[in-house]
Write a protein that binds this ligand. Structure first.
Ligand code: HEM
Length: 235
């Protein structure tokens, strides 16, 4: 169960780097906790690569997970769109310097209320000896089931989301094929108080539009009937 009290770790504050579209909720703080891939961390720190990882900026590490903190951006009240960006980097090193891969400036783009894409800048050589230096790689797809929303406080939290390497992520990082499952990810996000919808309507916007259309046609029918009865009254 997600601990909403964990919001204490969210840093609130600096200027939002992303323009907040009208109607969206401003995100003043988001923290992501993600181990990247447990087997890769073991490989790096173990006897084969004999390496380490180095974190910088708003990316930290506490066994067994990296944290991206102070994410800023926006999200729609129904959580079907939005993006939050972070600054900082993590660099994996090993094999006496022959392995040095940096993943930087994460950005989370919400695709729908239950999934997002994680973008990363990727720099380094893959194990297949391809040199990569590419910003904004759509690195992984993130998806989840239930989530916790505190509507009044504007807090949204997701625990244990599934993270899968994309085709672009596989190309940039190497070794792992697209579809490879990475470590699960948790996030907690602070949006403007009262802005997020608590529950998502199962029929959503389509239901709303259909509802308005139905009400309009009932009103039109009533006007036609009223006119007819007035005309009949005059005859
Ligand atoms: C001197 C160059 C390198 C050598 C000799 C080497 C060797 C190896 C070996 C032996 C394994 C198998 C480990 C196991 O089965 O536990 C492995 C796995 C792996 N290597 Fe390398 N490697 C090299 C460079 C790189 C580079 C530059 C990358 C780039 C990121 C890389 C990424 C990986 C990955 C992702 C795995 C899979 C780890 C896992 O999840 O089990 N390697 N490597």
């Amino acid at each position: 169960m997600l601990k909403l009290a964990g919001i204490a770790v969210l840093a609130v504050g600096s200027l939002n780097p992303l323009a907040v579209p009208s109607g969206a909720c401003e995100v003043s703080g988001m923290t992501v906790s993600w181990g990247f891939k447990e087997s890769f961390r073991s490989y790096i720190s173990g006897s084969i690569a004999q390496g380490q990882w180095v974190v910088e900026g708003d990316i930290g590490y506490e066994t067994p997970a990296f944290s991206f903190s102070d994410g800023q951006g926006f999200v729609s009240p129904d959580r079907s769109a939005g993006e939050v960006s972070f600054t900082g980097s993590l660099t994996f090193e090993g094999h006496g310097g022959r392995l040095e891969t940096t993943l930087a400036n994460p950005r989370v783009e919400f695709v729908d209320p239950r999934s997002a894409t994680l973008f990363l800048d990727v720099t380094g050589d893959t194990m297949e000896e391809v040199s990569v230096s590419e910003d904004n790689v759509a690195f992984a797809s993130v998806s989840w089931g239930a989530s916790d929303v505190d509507q009044v406080a504007g807090i949204w939290g997701v625990d244990n989301a599934t993270v899968v390497l994309t085709e672009a992520g596989s190309k940039a990082f190497g070794t792992y094929p697209a579809g490879e499952e990475l470590d699960p990810l948790d996030f907690i996000l602070q949006a403007s108080a009262g802005c997020l919808q608590e529950k998502l309507s199962p029929w959503g916007v389509v239901g709303g539009v259909a509802g308005i259309a139905a009400i309009s046609s009932l009103a039109a029918l009533a006007i036609v009937r009223a006119r007819k009865s007035r005309e009949q009254g005059r005859q």
